[in-house]
Design a protein around this ligand. Sequence first.
Ligand code: GLN
Length: 547
Amino acid sequence: MQLGKKDSGSIHPKYIFVTGGVMSGLGKGVIAASTAKLLQLAGLKVSCVKIDPYVNYDAGTMNPIAHGEVFVTKDGGECDMDLGNYERFLDVALTKEHNITTGRVYLEVIQQERHGRYLGQCVQIIPHVTDNIKDKVRRIVNEEKLDVVVVECGGTVGDIESLPFLEAFRQIELEEGGSNTLFIHVTLAPVLDVVGEQKTKPTQHSVQELRRIGIQPDILTIRCKMPLSIETRRKISLFASVNENCVISCHDVASIYRVPEILEEQGMLRAMSSKISLKNHRPRWSNWRRISKSSYDFSSAKLKIAVIGKYVSLPDSYVSVSHALWHAGASIGSKVDVQWIDSEGFENSSEGSKLRYFDSFNGIVAPGGFGKRGSEGIINIATYARANNIPYLGICFGFQLAIVAFARSVCKLANANSTELDPDTEHPVIKFMPEQNKQKDLGGSMRLGEHRINIIKGSEAERLYRSKVIYRRHRHRFEFNQDYRQILESQGMMPSSHSDKGLRTESIEIPGHPFYFGVQFHSEFHSRPGRPEESFGAFIKAAASKF
Ligand code: GLN
């Protein structure tokens, strides 16, 4: 077997590029993550990189309703939500370097030009921009000593923004050699008529578009409702000039965690290895099959969970919250039916009876959020959950508003609020963090990334985390105002963890309530299939025993 050795004798790293055709939203991220998972199960050191061709420096300033969740990495990167898929599939923590955007590339190239790095030269897309892209990918491969890197390019082939990135991929193939580079193209085979014929023309066109820029795909993964028919596979193979066993059906399945198995049932690793000679192309499934099965094969009753907020029109805005709930449900054999509820409909306190709607839910999650719209509704719902023994999990904004709700309804601090929502409130129970005053820019300026958290002895937090110290990720500008700590505690809302030498409260709980827990950190980013994050695990257990 040819191992793709460099002259030095060391094994040459392999580059796998995942591109998309036909339309967005095909699940390229899941296919990239599943491909990487298979390589990991075959014992290779693998990681993923996401390229986002938009001009923003990062995803931090984008509206989650338009672009989906902002995924926060350990090192405080505000990244594309596909990084969440990579982390969940591979069970790793990635850095922000794994998300490359046009903004990051151009900013660096222009800064270097200003510093005189290209003195005397005309700075161009080829080679300067493409060199920068290649350097970024290679730096990850070298620093992390990877056997394989899977690089996913966002958007669809033919987008103007993607061109420099695809050109960089083409150059990498030229420089690293065909036996070290593999192109996977994700397309769609729609069915339009009642006869159910799978259409191949969109794939043909998109492969032609890719070829026009000098890339011939090695593997085609075709999204479809039902498995690809032999006929369709044959036709695609012929027109796209891709070997028949490299045309892989990616039909709908009950859970995304099934996708690695679906790919491998069709010989994905062998197909990859025939081009890039992998060290090993047989997966050792260990517990992955059990994890995948638990995500769609349920033995206990279904749980109905309400997720409340203002970004609920696009469930992708909270994709990590959904996954964390599903992980927790799977761990007790329950399917979790997540219902997205716009909190704006619950703002009017004279319509308090409307809140009874929540009686039919097993539990309520108030996830992260920003701004006034919908916030009074969240406060009303948080109060209702407390008074009616409905399990409640508040994350970041949901933690802050649970404190506001408690201050108003139990501590009787009239008009208590967060200064984010009412800068002149008499009782600023949530206040702007002092360090934030120095920040001028809005991008990348919140309290971000992983911080050490100390858990208070004897608390519910200690019971569920079974540890004195945990590390969790953050993304916020406001925090609990310690001036109100005593009054809250005296009325029964207990801080249960803190960070920065006790300066910041990281979680609150209400002893005696079936489950009322709020966390300043984003526990959802820590959750993994087969290993739900503890706050979600405990919430779902409480939710399961509600009725
Ligand atoms: N808007 C709040 C803050 O900035 C909460 C942020 C969040 O939920 N991520 O502190």
